[in-house]
Design a protein around this ligand. Structure first.
Ligand code: ITT
Length: 196
Protein backbone atom coordinates (compact mmCIF):
# COMPACT_ATOMS: atom_id res chain seq x y z
CA UNK A 1 0.00 0.00 0.00
CA UNK A 2 1.41 3.41 -1.03
CA UNK A 3 1.63 5.97 1.80
CA UNK A 4 3.07 9.45 1.36
CA UNK A 5 5.70 10.40 3.93
CA UNK A 6 4.79 14.05 4.58
CA UNK A 7 8.23 15.38 5.51
CA UNK A 8 10.99 17.28 3.75
CA UNK A 9 13.55 16.56 6.48
CA UNK A 10 16.10 14.06 5.11
CA UNK A 11 17.17 13.04 8.61
CA UNK A 12 13.61 12.00 9.38
CA UNK A 13 13.20 10.27 6.00
CA UNK A 14 16.21 8.06 6.74
CA UNK A 15 15.01 7.19 10.25
CA UNK A 16 11.40 6.56 9.23
CA UNK A 17 12.43 4.33 6.35
CA UNK A 18 14.11 2.04 8.90
CA UNK A 19 11.47 2.33 11.64
CA UNK A 20 8.50 1.70 9.31
CA UNK A 21 10.12 -1.13 7.33
CA UNK A 22 8.32 -3.87 9.34
CA UNK A 23 4.83 -2.50 8.56
CA UNK A 24 4.89 -3.27 4.85
CA UNK A 25 3.94 0.21 3.64
CA UNK A 26 5.38 1.56 0.39
CA UNK A 27 6.63 5.04 1.41
CA UNK A 28 6.28 7.74 -1.26
CA UNK A 29 8.34 10.95 -0.81
CA UNK A 30 6.48 14.28 -0.47
CA UNK A 31 7.00 16.05 -3.81
CA UNK A 32 4.82 19.10 -3.01
CA UNK A 33 5.89 22.26 -1.15
CA UNK A 34 4.42 22.07 2.38
CA UNK A 35 2.66 25.10 3.88
CA UNK A 36 3.85 26.86 7.06
CA UNK A 37 3.57 25.07 10.43
CA UNK A 38 1.07 27.16 12.37
CA UNK A 39 -0.16 24.75 15.07
CA UNK A 40 0.27 25.33 18.81
CA UNK A 41 1.48 21.80 19.64
CA UNK A 42 3.48 18.92 18.17
CA UNK A 43 0.26 16.92 17.77
CA UNK A 44 -1.59 19.71 15.98
CA UNK A 45 1.29 20.25 13.54
CA UNK A 46 1.75 16.53 12.86
CA UNK A 47 -1.94 16.10 12.08
CA UNK A 48 -1.96 19.18 9.84
CA UNK A 49 1.05 17.84 7.89
CA UNK A 50 -0.63 14.43 7.43
CA UNK A 51 -3.92 16.00 6.28
CA UNK A 52 -1.98 18.21 3.85
CA UNK A 53 -0.24 15.10 2.50
CA UNK A 54 -3.63 13.50 1.75
CA UNK A 55 -4.94 16.70 0.16
CA UNK A 56 -1.86 17.04 -2.07
CA UNK A 57 -1.57 13.43 -3.20
CA UNK A 58 -4.87 11.63 -2.60
CA UNK A 59 -2.87 8.93 -0.78
CA UNK A 60 -2.85 7.96 2.92
CA UNK A 61 -0.18 10.08 4.64
CA UNK A 62 2.21 9.82 7.57
CA UNK A 63 3.74 12.86 9.25
CA UNK A 64 6.10 13.72 12.09
CA UNK A 65 6.33 16.91 14.12
CA UNK A 66 9.15 16.83 16.60
CA UNK A 67 11.64 18.89 18.50
CA UNK A 68 13.80 19.47 21.54
CA UNK A 69 12.26 20.73 24.79
CA UNK A 70 14.82 22.17 27.22
CA UNK A 71 13.79 22.32 30.89
CA UNK A 72 15.83 25.47 31.64
CA UNK A 73 14.23 27.20 28.63
CA UNK A 74 10.69 26.42 29.84
CA UNK A 75 10.26 23.76 27.14
CA UNK A 76 11.62 25.78 24.23
CA UNK A 77 12.66 25.53 21.41
CA UNK A 78 9.79 22.98 21.32
CA UNK A 79 7.67 23.33 18.20
CA UNK A 80 10.06 26.05 16.99
CA UNK A 81 13.07 23.67 17.02
CA UNK A 82 13.58 23.64 13.23
CA UNK A 83 13.87 27.43 12.99
CA UNK A 84 15.17 28.43 16.45
CA UNK A 85 18.07 30.49 15.03
CA UNK A 86 15.93 32.00 12.24
CA UNK A 87 16.54 30.02 9.07
CA UNK A 88 14.46 26.82 8.79
CA UNK A 89 16.59 23.70 9.10
CA UNK A 90 19.95 25.32 9.94
CA UNK A 91 20.84 22.55 12.41
CA UNK A 92 24.24 23.93 13.38
CA UNK A 93 23.00 27.49 14.06
CA UNK A 94 20.01 26.13 16.05
CA UNK A 95 22.24 24.01 18.26
CA UNK A 96 24.79 26.82 18.80
CA UNK A 97 22.00 29.22 19.82
CA UNK A 98 20.65 26.77 22.42
CA UNK A 99 24.17 26.24 23.81
CA UNK A 100 24.69 30.02 24.04
CA UNK A 101 21.41 30.44 25.89
CA UNK A 102 22.49 27.83 28.46
CA UNK A 103 25.92 29.32 29.21
CA UNK A 104 25.03 30.37 32.78
CA UNK A 105 22.76 27.40 33.55
CA UNK A 106 24.49 24.93 35.95
CA UNK A 107 25.22 21.40 34.66
CA UNK A 108 22.66 19.97 37.10
CA UNK A 109 19.87 21.80 35.25
CA UNK A 110 20.65 20.73 31.67
CA UNK A 111 17.72 18.29 31.44
CA UNK A 112 15.87 18.11 28.11
CA UNK A 113 13.69 15.83 26.03
CA UNK A 114 13.13 15.01 22.39
CA UNK A 115 9.42 14.81 21.61
CA UNK A 116 7.75 13.39 18.51
CA UNK A 117 4.12 13.49 17.43
CA UNK A 118 3.46 10.87 14.74
CA UNK A 119 0.25 11.17 12.73
CA UNK A 120 -1.55 9.37 9.93
CA UNK A 121 -4.43 10.68 7.87
CA UNK A 122 -6.50 8.73 5.34
CA UNK A 123 -8.45 9.94 2.29
CA UNK A 124 -11.70 8.84 4.03
CA UNK A 125 -11.08 11.40 6.82
CA UNK A 126 -9.83 9.06 9.54
CA UNK A 127 -6.69 10.12 11.42
CA UNK A 128 -4.71 9.37 14.56
CA UNK A 129 -1.80 10.97 16.47
CA UNK A 130 0.54 9.39 19.04
CA UNK A 131 3.41 10.91 21.04
CA UNK A 132 6.88 9.60 21.88
CA UNK A 133 9.42 11.15 24.26
CA UNK A 134 13.10 10.56 25.03
CA UNK A 135 14.51 12.21 28.17
CA UNK A 136 18.17 13.17 28.41
CA UNK A 137 20.76 15.80 29.32
CA UNK A 138 22.46 18.39 27.13
CA UNK A 139 26.24 18.65 26.80
CA UNK A 140 28.04 21.94 26.20
CA UNK A 141 30.03 20.90 23.10
CA UNK A 142 28.68 18.92 20.09
CA UNK A 143 29.86 15.29 19.72
CA UNK A 144 29.19 12.76 16.95
CA UNK A 145 28.13 12.84 13.31
CA UNK A 146 25.16 10.45 13.08
CA UNK A 147 21.55 11.62 13.18
CA UNK A 148 20.64 15.29 12.62
CA UNK A 149 19.41 18.42 14.37
CA UNK A 150 20.26 18.59 18.07
CA UNK A 151 21.59 14.99 18.28
CA UNK A 152 25.24 16.11 18.84
CA UNK A 153 24.33 17.89 22.14
CA UNK A 154 21.82 15.37 23.56
CA UNK A 155 22.79 12.43 25.80
CA UNK A 156 19.83 10.08 26.38
CA UNK A 157 19.19 9.07 30.01
CA UNK A 158 21.18 5.93 30.87
CA UNK A 159 23.77 6.54 28.12
CA UNK A 160 27.21 8.20 28.02
CA UNK A 161 27.13 8.88 24.25
CA UNK A 162 25.24 11.65 22.49
CA UNK A 163 22.48 10.50 20.15
CA UNK A 164 24.78 11.55 17.28
CA UNK A 165 27.39 9.07 18.58
CA UNK A 166 24.89 6.18 18.83
CA UNK A 167 24.53 3.87 15.84
CA UNK A 168 21.36 4.57 13.81
CA UNK A 169 19.84 1.29 15.08
CA UNK A 170 20.60 2.13 18.72
CA UNK A 171 19.04 5.59 18.32
CA UNK A 172 15.93 4.09 16.64
CA UNK A 173 15.50 1.61 19.51
CA UNK A 174 15.06 4.35 22.13
CA UNK A 175 14.19 7.52 20.21
CA UNK A 176 11.05 9.63 20.48
CA UNK A 177 10.48 8.95 16.76
CA UNK A 178 11.02 5.21 17.15
CA UNK A 179 8.57 5.03 20.06
CA UNK A 180 5.89 7.12 18.32
CA UNK A 181 6.02 5.38 14.95
CA UNK A 182 6.27 1.87 16.42
CA UNK A 183 3.00 2.71 18.21
CA UNK A 184 1.42 4.28 15.11
CA UNK A 185 2.57 1.67 12.55
CA UNK A 186 0.18 -1.12 13.65
CA UNK A 187 -2.70 1.38 14.00
CA UNK A 188 -2.13 2.54 10.42
CA UNK A 189 -1.80 -1.03 9.14
CA UNK A 190 -5.11 -1.92 10.83
CA UNK A 191 -6.88 1.20 9.52
CA UNK A 192 -5.73 0.50 5.96
CA UNK A 193 -7.36 -2.91 6.02
CA UNK A 194 -10.72 -1.92 7.60
CA UNK A 195 -13.66 0.21 6.47
CA UNK A 196 -14.46 3.43 8.38
P1 ITT B 1 9.16 18.50 8.19
O1 ITT B 1 8.22 19.53 8.79
O2 ITT B 1 9.27 18.59 6.70
O3 ITT B 1 8.88 17.12 8.68
P2 ITT B 1 11.14 19.85 9.84
O4 ITT B 1 12.62 19.73 10.02
O5 ITT B 1 10.56 21.22 9.56
O6 ITT B 1 10.67 18.81 8.71
P3 ITT B 1 9.87 19.81 12.45
O7 ITT B 1 9.11 21.07 12.25
O8 ITT B 1 9.19 18.65 13.09
O9 ITT B 1 10.43 19.23 11.09
O10 ITT B 1 11.18 20.18 13.28
C1 ITT B 1 11.98 19.20 13.77
C2 ITT B 1 13.27 19.80 14.31
O11 ITT B 1 13.48 19.31 15.65
C3 ITT B 1 14.46 19.31 13.48
O12 ITT B 1 14.78 20.24 12.47
C4 ITT B 1 15.54 19.18 14.54
O13 ITT B 1 16.14 20.43 14.74
C5 ITT B 1 14.76 18.79 15.80
N1 ITT B 1 14.68 17.33 15.96
C6 ITT B 1 13.58 16.55 15.80
N2 ITT B 1 13.87 15.26 15.96
C7 ITT B 1 15.20 15.20 16.18
C8 ITT B 1 16.10 14.15 16.39
O14 ITT B 1 15.72 12.88 16.34
N3 ITT B 1 17.37 14.45 16.60
C9 ITT B 1 17.78 15.71 16.61
N4 ITT B 1 17.01 16.78 16.41
C10 ITT B 1 15.71 16.54 16.19
Amino acid sequence: MKVVLATKNLGKVAELGRILAPYGVDLVPASYQPGPETGASFAENALAKAVEGVRETGLPALADDSGLTVDALNGMPGILSARWAGAHGDDRANLELVLGQLTDVPDARLGAAFVCAAAYALPDGRSQVVLGELRGTLVRAPRGSNGFGYDPIFVPDGYALTSAELSPEDKDAISHRGQAFRALGPLLAAALTTEP
